[in-house]
Design a protein around this ligand. Sequence first.
Ligand code: MN
Length: 252
Amino acid sequence: MDILLTNDDGIQAKGLWALYDRFAPSHRVTVVAPDRERSAVGHAITLHAPIRADAVSVNGAQRAYAVNGTPADCIKLAVAELVGQTPDLVISGINPGANVGVNINYSGTLAAAREATLYGIPAMAVSIQGKSPAFYDDAAAFAEKLVHKIDRYGLPQGTLLNVNVPDLPGKKLRGIRLSRQGNEHFKEGMERRLDPRQRPYYWYGIYAPEPVGEADVDAVALARDYISITPLRCDATDYDHLDTLKSWDICI
Ligand code: MN
């Protein structure tokens, strides 16, 4: 297959190259990733500055580019210029840190996969639990299994997969849960500090609690050592509420 890899952690990130090592031997792999970390930039694209792509040589990769833009920029540029043809599949990751629940709204990892989906390219985002994960290779091995399934069954137009893997050796995983996005808001805070000139500044932080909720919620599945797979749609329309809105009698 013609596979495009990207991430939001930057071209040097371990998780990206774990995917490369896994897929390069048997696929035509192109890497187009931000030149620095762009975590939590969401689906931002660059409109008011030039976008540049530098060919880089990491891990002996033939086709790897560092882009001074966002994850979504990387997909646009890859499709328009760098891959040469529409890839068969886009994988974004492997992101260190789970992308579950409300995080999905901010994640650059997810945004890159969503951007590919907007182009009609099958895509998945892969994240692994923890800030300094040890088992990227096991997560990449699972990604490969899933790629075989995507190749076989396809994905519906407008749907992408969000995959979260516990940071465990493959043998210790309890299994796979097909899950839904949790909606619990994390405990968060804006820490107020003072700069050397005694002016206040603020630093945002989140404090992930032990996830609560039903067993089919993404974060809960992950916390119980299951791989979580959630299908997500680009179309954010609430079709149920569309009907409810009709009863508001606001249309003339
Ligand atoms: Mn990231």
